[in-house]
Ligand binder design. Sequence first.
Ligand code: SF4
Ligand code: SF4
Length: 108
Amino acid sequence: MAEKTGPFQKVVVDQDICIGCGACVSVCPYQALELDENGKARLIWDLCKDDFSCVPVCPVNCIWKTSEAPDSAKGKANWYRFSKPLSDAEKKEFEDWKAKYKIAWAPA
Ligand code: SF4
Ligand code: SF4
């Protein structure tokens, strides 16, 4: 299968609703989700390639395509990180993504 190319819309997780079941982590074919230090699902932003296998498996419906996510979830902190320092091209994609989807928080 050919590697998918971006830009990708990614997904948003509401960690306040997440019960840490790990289902989304298990089905992600790109290892773009993990359980964080609090046992909540966290997106690894640069690894997500928009196949959206994670969305339907969540038992509490707290993970969405970014285009369909509530603003309340987008405004929370710590629900995503990067796997590595972003390249210049990735930085531009990230800034475009934040602006397009009105993402209010970014990792330090
Ligand atoms: S959309 Fe796909 S690649 Fe992205 S986190 Fe969900 S399962 Fe993983
Ligand atoms: S499937 Fe839903 S509840 Fe389970 S870890 Fe993922 S986001 Fe949290």
